[in-house]
Design a protein around this ligand. Structure first.
Ligand SMILES: [Cu+2]
Length: 144
């Protein structure tokens, strides 16, 4: 390998290791209740999955005009860790009737944890005016 190839390989390995540290769960699930954290990521897989019984992780991508996913369904009593990333602009992520309000800067994943107690439908929305499609940035959480 040429020196430049060795350098690029080393950088790639370091980036993957950093991503693994940021994405893997810590195992300290009892401390989660409205905790807000920050981590860096370059790409967000978009999914909802149960990481422990009753504890879900939702990866949400904010973009001008919406969120992906635009609908999240969780059982009553679920604790959800939202990992929210905007890749291209400044946005916000707030959940109706919950103490959740994140400011999103491009390329920086923000994290918040919330527990949903009762059967309900609540909406999440952008709190930073981001252009003509700002008011279309709406998603739905169905607690069932
Ligand atoms: Cu907006």
């Amino acid at each position: 390998m040429r020196p430049i190839e060795i350098l690029l390989t080393s950088i790639s390995a370091a980036a993957l290791a950093l991503l693994a540290v940021l994405v893997l769960p810590t195992g300290d699930e009892t401390a989660f209740q409205h905790e807000v954290g920050e981590s860096r990521a370059t790409e967000a897989p978009r999914e909802i999955r149960e990481v422990h019984p009753g504890h879900y992780e939702a990866i949400v991508h904010a973009y001008e005009g919406g969120f992906e996913p635009s609908e999240i369904r969780v059982p009553v009593g679920s604790t959800v860790t939202f990992k929210v990333l905007s890749s291209e602009d400044y946005h916000g992520f707030a959940i109706q009737a919950a103490d959740v309000n994140l400011s999103l800067a491009p390329g920086i994943a923000e994290e918040v944890v919330h527990t949903f107690g009762d059967t309900s439908v609540v909406y999440y929305y952008c709190t930073v005016y981001c252009g003509n499609n700002h008011y279309a940035m709406l998603g739905k959480i169905v607690v069932e």
